[in-house]
Ligand binder design. Structure first.
Ligand SMILES: [Zn+2]
Length: 63
């Protein structure tokens, strides 16, 4: 099974999909190193929101 995700270059803003499961060291567009960041998938963003909601519930109980 391929592990696919999107990466984005923080320098030039170039976005592309990675299929190997590893983030390349260099941006294929501007050729800079260390600028590529993994973009969060929709599922991960959803989980993050759920986590935030849990924290709010805990805070509400404290007050
Ligand atoms: Zn770039």
């Amino acid at each position: 099974m391929f592990f696919m995700f999107k990466v984005k270059c923080s320098s030039c803003g170039f976005e592309f999909e990675v299929k190997s499961g590893k983030i390349p060291k260099k941006c294929p567009y501007c050729d800079k190193e260390g600028t590529l960041e993994r973009k969060k998938s929709a599922q991960e963003l959803l989980e993050e929101v759920e986590e935030l909601e849990k924290n709010y519930v805990i805070k509400d109980k404290e007050y």
